[in-house]
Design a protein around this ligand. Sequence first.
Ligand SMILES: Cc1cc2nc3c(=O)[nH]c(=O)nc-3n(C[C@H](O)[C@H](O)[C@H](O)COP(=O)(O)OP(=O)(O)OC[C@H]3O[C@@H](n4cnc5c(N)ncnc54)[C@H](O)[C@@H]3O)c2cc1C
Length: 387
Amino acid sequence: MQGLLIDPGALPPECEALRAEVRAFLAEEMPAVTPLRRNRNWTGADAAFSRKMGERGWLGMTWPKRYGGHERSMLERYVVLEEMLAVGAPVAAHWIADRQSGPLLMRYAPDTLAPRIVPLIARGEAFFCIGMSEPDSGSDLASIRSRAERRADHRGEGWVINGRKVWTSGAHRAHFMICLVRTGQRDAGGSDNRHGGMSQFLVDMTTPGLTVRPIINQLGEHDFNEVTFDDVFVPADHLIGNEGDGWKQVGAELAFERSGPERYLSSSQLLLEMLDVADADDPRHAVALGRVVAQYGTLRQMSLGVAAMLARGENPALAASLVKDQGALVEQAMPDLAHELFGGTVEPGSTLHQSMLYTTLAVPSFSLRGGTREILRGIIAKGLDLR
Ligand SMILES: Cc1cc2nc3c(=O)[nH]c(=O)nc-3n(C[C@H](O)[C@H](O)[C@H](O)COP(=O)(O)OP(=O)(O)OC[C@H]3O[C@@H](n4cnc5c(N)ncnc54)[C@H](O)[C@@H]3O)c2cc1C
């Protein structure tokens, strides 16, 4: 069934050799993982698993060797990602750091900081969370109120952060947060510049004054959190990039966040379950599931195209928004399709039934996390010069 979902296609030979290596590793590491567990896909976390991936050289794959990276291609990285997602490997602990925090630090953090922290990510020893959203600021990120003030005291030269972040995925297991806060006026640089006055900091999650409280999602799982900052001191060299450039940097970071195969491979376990019980002679099954498999094939081509853009150093913001928007649509339709095709016949307690229950509760978040549908469509419209 997996072959149907992820056709290896015509990737270069080194990718296929790597795919075989990853599959052998996963067969050894995850022999007894239940289909239900596989539904959790990239939200399952296991620090030991992340370290093993680091040992294999599958984190920081495309990064320069001087940062602990492996200088491999974006396509090779893509193969590792899709193989991990296809079997629901527990990748959540390192996912954010490998996807966006490492690249952000290498690009913008001072030379005193990046060479110290980034190799830890590549070894699977440092996990990150993203502190962007606040209680009253989600889509309108420019309205954040958390603030950093310059301070020099007995702790040295640095900044003191006060405020509150919310929906922070993985904050309870992260070693560091990349935090977006206000360091100046909203209209810094001109009264029409509503994106001015924001900066990004690297925050050690063990710093006194920082508190992480769980928020339980509607699946009953602890994945995201509320994080409060009460006079949290951050050393001067933990400012990432230039003061006031936060908005520009966040834009680049979000392109990484929206571009990967996780944006269309979150409900794939339910598709596999449906394919397992489908009746090939039933035209309803054949047509409906054939259509979804074709949609997956298309999304994969588009997603690979984004990986190729990243490899060429192009800005994938528009293309990544399209893949994420279309991926969420296909995946959010999956529970309804399962109900339509199998609702009357599914055996209670079967893996299909459990997968239907899980996915029904999971999918609403797919068009919220990483940017809502309306926001992505705004980016697409702008990118196509339609507004
Ligand atoms: C599972 C999950 C994990 C998350 N993890 C993180 C994380 O790790 N770090 C982090 O910082 N945040 C995280 N978030 C937060 C996420 O980024 C926000 O939920 C998202 O940006 C939307 O913000 P909001 O929830 O405040 O909704 P709002 O911005 O209030 O939006 C509510 C509704 O209004 C619509 N809307 C808003 N503005 C416009 C507009 N201008 N035009 C048209 N429609 C509009 C939205 O599309 C949406 O449908 C996570 C969210 C989820 C669900």
